[in-house]
Ligand binder design. Structure first.
Ligand SMILES: Cc1ncc(COP(=O)(O)O)c(C=O)c1O
Length: 411
């Protein structure tokens, strides 16, 4: 194999595609899902008000996670919206969260007329830094949303203590973190906070195309979340009335039938992702300047690598570009800019031209707000696409690509 980088005209490490989440090659969707979906169609009961799939999924998911309640919805964003709506913030109340996540973490905050306040993250994981969160808590704070980035456990045990000490709610965004185990007690991510939220979007550990699940042990939060997803219509009372402002976020029976089968595959999916991740983690210890996230509890939605530009001989963008040329799927930075530097916040593009509720924001959504977050997005964070269908051979190719780029960066 040529040492010359494919970027510079050398032979790529890999010429065949990796299994990927955008099609069947990197998904665990099979005949059982097809039959379950077909059975729903044949039954003629596609809506949860007439079928059983969604209620069964909710029960099975709650049991799987050992919690009292699970409420299904249409997406991960919706699952977080249910959680925020269950908290029922006063307009202008603050919710502390991270600037490095999918926008689905923050849109529900704005949709409920609350204000996102951004805390900085830990340089070695990309997850919320507890001290940064602590420093931002005020009498306007009503909740914290912690994201388990890429499946790496956020410090939710400490954040739960902090939340309880201030009488506020901890929401865990576990969209990327099925079966992640939290430090230090090893609880499942999503069960440590007051509410946990999951996504069934195409790229997640398990999928129904789209879909969301909100879990909690709190009966009142569960009831509000459930009502919010169904126009606040208390169907169990027999009354056609609407108790507060709610939307229609009901999961369809088709999604639920598929998700129920996918749930039976989840443990295997996470196990395979972890086993393959161990193989790559071992290789990274030979490559100075390329640091994997701590493996403890990680469920590897993606495989993040923290790049020290000087030791590694290039930043995450340089590595991503070179790896892609070698045929290995990777990106630099994860998102283009921190969430607080996207127009929805910098230009307060919310409700008409009012800018509501951001005119009252205490933070200025400007560069420099969260320096560690920005350093990750601007060159320290290399994200290698990860998948339960990878073989050890696939991982060996990724390792060969990393070794090659590393060596070339030190020539
Ligand atoms: C961390 C995180 N939060 C929220 C979401 C939103 O989920 P969805 O795309 O299902 O709305 C996603 C998924 O993209 C995510 O990765």
């Amino acid at each position: 194999m040529s040492d010359q980088l494919a970027l510079d005209g050398g032979t790529p490490i890999r010429s065949t595609p990796f299994p990927q989440v955008g099609d069947a090659s990197g998904r665990t969707l099979g005949e059982e899902e097809a039959q379950a979906a077909a059975a729903v169609v044949r039954s003629g009961r596609l809506n949860l008000t007439v079928g059983e799939q969604t209620r069964e999924l909710e029960r099975e998911f709650a049991d799987y996670y050992g919690v009292g309640h699970a409420v299904a919805s249409t997406s991960g964003t919706a699952a977080i919206h249910l959680a925020v709506a269950a908290v029922n913030p006063e307009p202008g109340a603050e919710i502390i969260t991270t600037g490095i996540s999918d926008a689905g973490t923050i849109m529900p905050i704005l949709a409920q007329n609350a204000i996102p306040v951004f805390a900085d993250v830990d340089a070695n994981t990309g997850n919320l830094d507890v001290e940064s969160v602590r420093a931002l808590i005020s009498d306007r704070t009503c909740a914290i949303i912690a994201v388990h980035l890429f499946g790496c456990p956020a410090p939710v045990t400490e954040l739960r203590e902090l939340a309880d000490a201030h009488g506020i709610t901890l929401i865990e965004d576990s969209a990327q973190a099925y079966l992640t185990r939290t430090d230090p007690d090893g609880a499942l991510a999503g069960t440590v906070g007051h509410i946990g939220c999951f996504s069934l979007q195409q790229s997640k550990h398990i999928t129904a195309g789209d879909g969301g699940l909100t879990i909690t042990d709190d009966d009142q939060l569960a009831r509000r979340a459930r009502l919010f997803a169904d126009k606040a219509w208390p169907r169990d009372t027999g009354e056609r009335t609407h108790l507060f402002l709610g939307l229609n976020y009901r999961m369809t029976e088709l999604q639920s039938a598929i998700a129920r089968i996918q749930l039976t595959r989840l443990a295997g999916v996470v196990q395979r992702r972890r086993e393959r991740a161990e193989e790559l983690t071992a290789v990274l210890s030979e490559l100075p300047g390329l640091e994997p996230a701590p493996s403890r509890g990680h469920s590897y939605w993606q495989f993040p690598v923290f790049v020290d530009e000087h030791t590694a001989g290039g930043d995450a963008f340089r590595y991503a570009e070179a790896l892609v040329a070698e045929g290995i799927p990777a990106t630099g930075g994860y998102i283009t800019r921190p969430l607080y530097l996207t127009p929805v916040l910098t230009e307060a593009q919310t409700y008409g031209t009012s800018g509501y509720p951001l005119a009252q924001a205490r933070q200025e959504y400007a560069p420099g707000l969260c320096p560690v977050t920005e350093s990750l997005i601007n060159g320290r964070l290399l994200v290698i696409a990860w998948n339960e269908q990878y073989t050890s051979g696939d991982v060996a190719d990724i390792a060969a690509g990393l070794r090659k780029v590393h060596a070339a960066s030190h020539g």
